[in-house]
Design a protein around this ligand. Structure first.
Ligand code: GLY
Ligand code: MN
Ligand code: MN
Length: 437
């Protein structure tokens, strides 16, 4: 992995006489004496691959001698017999390439030496409650130290914009991993296609995905899988997955595998019994048309909102043609009437976080961020008609459809990382039909 290059890029992006501090928090308590499964901080993963709770990384601006310091828990054979091995100070140096590695207990004392000659300190404000008191206290002590009362930094800044912009553009190593995350995510949906039947529990669909992901050595799901039968699909983040799938309903599945800390994120909508009804077809075809056209807008020079604009245009015409909205497509768009059935964005960046970092709008500018080579984003239009919406023709009520793929922007156009997973109606019906025979 290009950790050294990434840290060098950060060091160059920092102003002179500054450091950036990153932090892996301790695991969160689940219940009793049990913790939630541990997920390290995404910037720690990006910059050094360090996944141990409690570790602190300090990366200095480019002109400084010691560029990369790691503070970690020391080895402790007795404790490690219970909770697993630690890297220790030696591991921090040898495995993670720290120029200087120390016991985390020395962090506070070391901060005095590190901050002494600095002008500014960057850290992730997500962890203010853990980091800020220590940093402020160390700075305040320097300010009042001896005769030279002007020591220590004067400014504290949020590092997220700098690292976020770096992470927005994926390097070659990241793209390779994201292809695998996409591949494993696709395999999960293919496993569902093989087994989906009326009478099956939504929880069984969830378990099928989880099994397919883990069996292919993914770390697990990149977010809680949504397996929404029938009208549950009209609830955007339905994660209960506790109902039984009914003959004649659709199931909307939104799930992804996490591979080496990178997320896949796919949505598909399948007919539970293998055949779309005419009304389901109407809505599915409209969403699919919007999605395909939106993917075509994922080109260098367009911006992150381009896919959304295209989806809205396609939906405005389609909603009018299907008699769901009587107003003209122009009026639908100018009065935002489509929001009643399409109330989320079309795209987000994808990476170490499912909703990955990276600005959508440049600060102080109205213009959205441009798409560049190496950006990975989702394209995920959907239409959702609740069961009780009297404005909508009855045949469409209770239908929710979302179709989502992961797209890499390249100089040669959009590359759909999840393209292997079928989404045409004929392909889905043929695939599910073959299975019966
Ligand atoms: N599953 C979250 C999303 O699609 O944004
Ligand atoms: Mn999704
Ligand atoms: Mn998504």
């Amino acid at each position: 992995m290009n950790y050294v290059q990434r840290r060098d890029a950060l060091a160059r992006a920092l102003p002179e006489k500054s450091v950036a501090i990153f932090f892996n928090p301790e695991p969160a308590r689940r219940s009793g004496d049990q913790d939630y499964a541990y997920r390290p901080d995404s910037n720690m993963i990006y910059l050094c691959g360090m996944d141990e709770p409690g570790a602190v990384a300090v990366i200095a601006s480019a002109e400084q001698g010691v560029r990369f310091r790691l503070f970690v828990k020391p080895r402790d054979p007795e404790r490690e017999r219970w909770v697993g091995s630690r890297y220790g100070v030696e591991g921090a140096r040898d495995q993670f390439g720290a120029d200087e590695a120390r016991d985390i207990a020395e962090l506070r004392a070391s901060l005095s030496d590190i901050l002494f000659a600095l002008e500014s300190v960057y850290f992730d404000f997500t962890y203010s409650s853990a980091l800020a008191p220590m940093l402020f206290e160390a700075t305040e002590a320097l300010r009042h130290r001896g005769r030279r009362a002007s020591e220590g930094p004067r400014a504290f800044c949020d590092v997220r914009d700098i690292v976020g912009e770096m992470r927005r553009i994926k390097d070659a190593d990241e793209i390779e991993i994201m292809k695998r995350a996409a591949e494993v995510s696709v395999a999960g949906f293919e496993a569902v296609l093989k087994t989906l039947r009326p009478g099956m529990g939504e929880w069984e669909v969830e378990a099928t995905l989880q099994h397919a992901f883990r069996a292919r050595h993914a770390m697990g799901e990149s977010f809680g899988s949504i397996c929404a039968g029938g009208a549950h699909a009209t609830t955007l983040h339905y994660e209960a997955n506790r109902d039984v799938l009914r003959d004649g309903d659709l199931i909307l599945i939104d799930a992804g595998a996490e591979v080496e800390y990178y997320a896949g994120d796919i949505s598909r909508t399948f007919p539970v019994n293998g055949r779309f009804s005419p009304a389901q077809r109407d809505i599915y075809e409209l969403v699919l048309k919007a999605q395909k056209e939106a993917i075509e807008t994922c080109i260098v020079g367009n911006h992150i909102k381009s896919p959304h604009q295209r989806v809205r245009e396609v939906f405005a015409h389609g909603l009018h043609e299907l008699g769901i909205l009587s107003e003209s497509p122009q009026t639908i768009l100018s009065e935002n009437l489509d929001f009643a059935f399409y109330f989320h964005g079309t795209s987000h960046y994808l990476g170490i976080d499912t909703h990955d970092v990276g600005i959508a709008y440049r600060r102080g500018h109205d213009a959205p961020a441009r798409l560049e080579e190496g950006v990975v984003l989702t394209v995920e239009p959907g239409l959702y008609f609740t069961e009780d919406d009297a404005r909508v023709p009855e045949k469409y009520r209770g239908i929710g459809v979302r179709i989502e793929d992961d797209v890499l922007v390249t100089a040669r156009g959009p590359v759909v990382l999840t393209a292997q997973l079928i989404k045409e109606i004929d392909d889905i019906e043929a695939c599910m039909g073959r299975r019966e025979g």
